[in-house]
Design a protein around this ligand. Structure first.
Ligand code: SF4
Length: 105
């Protein structure tokens, strides 16, 4: 975020109330899964979205480029699903009970 010139503020110099009620912090925490689905075409059309929900926001922010802002896709999760790592993990742990199976693969 610093590299992008974005700051959540500084509790040593700014009033905590101001930091929590306005600016980047509020925008960050109020971004929803629905916002990601609506604003990111790749995630919105992804068959794994129900399980992934766009992935980790920090990794998405880091890897998917500035232009996508808070709604970028988490490329590490794309690689996980697209390269069959869900199935590989499930098969490697076959003796474990999968309590939340991905139903579409
Ligand atoms: S796998 Fe990638 S494209 Fe699909 S929902 Fe996750 S982050 Fe988005």
């Amino acid at each position: 975020m610093q590299q992008r010139g974005e700051s959540l503020g500084n509790v040593h110099t700014d009033r905590l109330k101001d930091l929590l009620t306005a600016g980047s912090y509020l925008e960050n925490i109020c971004t929803t899964v629905g916002d990601i689905r609506k604003n990111n075409r790749k995630c919105g059309g992804c068959k794994w979205f129900e399980y992934c929900t766009g992935g980790c926001r920090a990794l998405a922010y880091l890897y998917s480029g500035e232009s996508k802002g808070l709604c970028g896709e988490d490329l590490t999760k794309c690689r996980f699903f697209e390269n069959g790592w869900y199935e590989k993990t499930r098969d490697a742990l076959s003796e474990w009970k999968n309590l939340s199976p991905v139903g579409i693969v």
